[in-house]
Design a protein around this ligand. Structure first.
Ligand code: SF4
Ligand code: SF4
Length: 112
C-alpha cells in the first residue's frame, strides 16, 4: 500500500505534510505536491496533517480524482516539462529542492 496526494492539494500546497514525512518522499511541483510511491514507507503520518484531506492510500482513490492515484507515480516516472529525464527516485526532497513544474494532468487541471 502506498499513499498519494489527490486533487484537493492543487493551489493549496501549504506543505504541512512535507514537514512530517520521515523519509522526505513528498516532492513539490508547481501547483501541487507528489508522493514518490517507491520511497514512501507507508507510515501514514502525513495523512492527518492535511487540512483538505488530499492524502489517501491508493486504494481509497475513487470517483472524482481517481486519476491522481497514478499521477503521483507519473511525476517521477516520466520526464516533466523542461526536464530531459524522469526524476526517478531521488532519495529525498532535500536532494532536489522544489521541482516547480507539474504533470500534464495537474498543470491543465481546472476544479469542477
Ligand atoms: S505515508 Fe509516511 S512515508 Fe509516505 S508520504 Fe506520508 S509521511 Fe511520507
Ligand atoms: S498538507 Fe495537504 S494540501 Fe498541504 S501540501 Fe500536503 S497534500 Fe497539499
Amino acid at each position: 500500500m502506498a499513499y498519494a496526494i489527490g486533487a484537493a492539494c492543487i493551489d493549496i500546497k501549504d506543505k504541512t505534510c512535507m514537514d512530517v514525512c520521515p523519509v522526505e518522499c513528498i516532492y513539490e511541483g508547481g501547483r501541487k505536491l507528489y508522493i514518490n510511491p517507491v520511497e514512501c514507507i507507508d507510515c501514514g503520518v502525513c495523512v492527518p496533517t492535511c487540512p483538505v484531506e488530499a492524502i489517501r492510500p491508493l486504494e481509497e482513490f475513487d470517483g472524482g480524482d481517481i486519476e491522481f492515484a497514478t499521477d503521483n507515480a507519473t511525476f517521477f516516472s516520466e520526464a516533466l516539462p523542461g526536464h530531459e529525464y524522469p526524476l526517478g527516485n531521488p532519495g529525498g526532497v532535500s536532494r532536489t529542492g522544489t521541482i516547480g513544474v507539474d504533470t500534464t494532468l495537474v498543470s491543465g487541471y481546472h476544479p469542477r
